[in-house]
Design a protein around this ligand. Structure first.
Ligand SMILES: CC(C)(COP(=O)(O)OP(=O)(O)OC[C@H]1O[C@@H](n2cnc3c(N)ncnc32)[C@H](O)[C@@H]1OP(=O)(O)O)[C@@H](O)C(=O)NCCC(=O)NCCS
Length: 240
């Protein structure tokens, strides 16, 4: 009996363990089959061709070494169900809504989906979504994400926010520094960028403190409230 040239597996988006198993077997992610699951849920399509190289399929966003990044003051780790309440609190703050795309507090079901699919998106190389924890107490202090929209340019984009109780202690700067270092050294990115609304001085100071420099102005890039558009300052840090 001859083996088929193409072997395809469809997996649930929230079943990261099964996706890790097929990656180990050399399956590559092809995309989303909308509504293809037994309950009309979206499924991830993985396939392996007979002449694909032996061994695990390559990943562009590796796991964090040892499961997390830390500098002793903060810990940065992939989203965990324990972080859900803190994440919802953060995303509902008016100043966080104002800097989010779209500028609205997401409904709880959307946040739950974000958490359930986060590992799948990491495995897909699309986004590394992480929580910032206070190292001493272990409490959720904020979030940081690396979006990998431009893999062909090896450029990632950061987004982040810190709960008011933990602001002004250098947590955002530390998180940006830890994730940028991981992006350069482990994920082999060449550029990490971040855009801040022109009036968001806290975020701009954070990026400057983390060693980023201004690259330019992005005209009308952010959707503002009431349908308007907002200019942003684009910051970059390069792997040197
Ligand atoms: C922006 C934000 C993440 C900063 O978090 P933070 O943990 O308080 O920042 P840090 O303590 O690491 O401060 C980093 C630098 O910014 C400066 N800074 C922080 N908040 C500031 C403020 N409100 N005004 C002016 N400077 C400020 C700090 O003094 C520090 O600079 P320094 O090292 O030169 O002294 C936080 O204010 C926040 O969550 N804002 C709402 C969401 C947001 O704007 N996200 C970014 C979207 S691009």
């Amino acid at each position: 009996m001859t083996s088929p040239y193409r072997s395809e597996i469809r997996l649930r988006l929230d079943d990261a363990a099964a996706q890790r198993d097929v990656i180990a077997l050399g399956y590559r992610r092809e995309g989303i089959a909308r509504g293809a699951g037994p309950d009309r849920e979206d499924m991830v399509v993985w396939a392996r061709l007979e002449d694909d190289p032996e061994g695990p399929a390559p990943r562009v966003l590796p796991d964090l070494p040892g499961g997390e990044l830390t500098d002793g003051v903060i810990r940065v780790r992939p989203l965990h169900p324990d972080d859900l309440a803190g994440w919802i609190e953060l995303r509902s703050l008016p100043e966080v809504v104002a800097t989010s795309v779209p500028p609205a507090a997401p409904p709880r079901e959307e946040v739950e989906r974000h958490f359930a699919y986060a590992e799948s998106r990491w495995l897909a190389g699309e986004m590394a979504a992480m929580s910032i924890l206070d190292a001493r107490s272990g409490r959720f202090a904020g979030q940081i994400a690396l979006y990998y929209f431009q893999p062909h340019l090896r450029e990632g984009m950061l987004g982040y926010g810190v709960l008011p109780a933990f602001r002004g202690r250098g947590y955002a700067r530390r998180a940006v520094q830890l994730v940028t270092k991981w992006a350069f050294n482990e994920a082999r990115l060449q550029r990490v960028v971040a855009g801040s609304a022109v009036d968001n001085l806290a975020s701009q100071k954070t990026l400057q403190a983390a060693g980023f420099e201004i690259e330019g102005k992005q005209l009308g890039i952010l959707p503002g409230p009431n349908g308007g558009r907002i200019d942003a300052v684009l910051y970059v840090r390069r792997r040197l």
